[in-house]
Design a binder for this molecule. Sequence first.
Ligand code: IFM
Length: 458
Amino acid sequence: MRFSVYHLLIAANPDDPTVNIGAKSLSGEGYRGHVFWDTEIMMLPFFLFTQPAAARALLGYRYHTLDGARRVARDGGNAGARYPWESADTGLEECPIATPDGQNRFYTRDEELHVTADVAYAIGRYREVTGDAAHLLDEGAEILFDTARFWLDRCEDEGERLVLTRVMGPDEFHSHVDNNAFTNRMVRWHWEYAVEVYDELAADHPALLAALEGTLGISRTDRDAWADGARRIVSPNDPECGLIEQFDGYFDRTEVPVTEWDENDMPRYPAGYNHFNCEDTKLLKQPDVVQLMFQLPDDYSLATRRENFEYYEPRTLHKSSLSPSIHAIVGLQVGDPRMAERYFSRSAFVDLDDNQGNTEDGMHIASAGGTWQIAVVGFGGFLAGADGLQFTPELPTGWERLRFTVQWRGRAVAVDLGHTDSVFRLDGAGAPETITVAGEQVVLRPGETVRVPRDGSR
Ligand code: IFM
């Protein structure tokens, strides 16, 4: 944990919004320093809850590279702005076209579009967790609106429904797929949030909205088109939808059982398979539907999340270092802790043990963020959103206590979780904060320490 936290802390610069964190941080030359969705989804939560100024600066990088994103959209023949899969100083696409031997094409650069919705999601999370609306007014709204335009242009209108074809979801074993559930659902989220922000600006900051409309060449008609797009895009919206098909036709692909595991108890490629030939199979490189359950946990019932976790987890090979942490967390959230400690070790030791076999190219800094999230979000059962702060701790038997502090809307909450009790302290001034601990409401007053016994007998 300390290895992870140390590397996260030295990687971010709260004073420079023009830089970001490459997938290997500054520890090696793998990926040539390029920035991925790893920042918004794997690392940003750590900064949001511990160093909001660093989180703000990391978002600033996406504003700084917005012109590049406009160019990426234009080069692909689309309107608006689309963030590149691999980004550097200009925001243009930096992902190589093929492997160095020229044998295998990287379709991620053309098809892994979801990064644009992930940036929108991060903007929304920043606002929600920090309560800071200034970022939206200064930078966030412009990003949200121009990227919302991209999606509308990129989707195809089939009358009743909007479809999104020829994409790649987070699972990089499957390219050229149609209606990837993760991507489409995140696009819907993106549009809904863009509409919410548009309406907020119309009500509270009409002059700013008018200026933005002038700069971007948009109007209320665009806002209405996003709202309509959110209603019509093919996506798994019903909380009780049960098993979600990862993309059109996924269930028709070949079932290839995993039969061998390595010394870390992680799946090996079945005989004859490798990174580039799993397209026709149901094998996953990393979570995709399960990633959706992680990013939008409140949108799906426990039964739906559990059913999807149980279906996709045994088919996932974890060939991305981002994979174990997401599986640990979603497994814990759906009441399947069997593998959580093993996934935690896999994530925490990725570079200490070199368990992905490529630490010589640089460390996996996304895993550092994932490791922090397994502890806090997974074992701490921590969620922060419209319902405030929630904790449903379930520590591994070998852990005595788990202590951390989270920043929440300008104040700090010190958290100390054990097997038989949890202790909280709200720092800062102002009104009391009501949190939820194992389903029970607990009132925290500034400066007071509150102990919550596990059996609820306070
Ligand atoms: O962003 C990740 C991707 O999800 C899997 N391949 C490696 C990338 C960089 O870490």
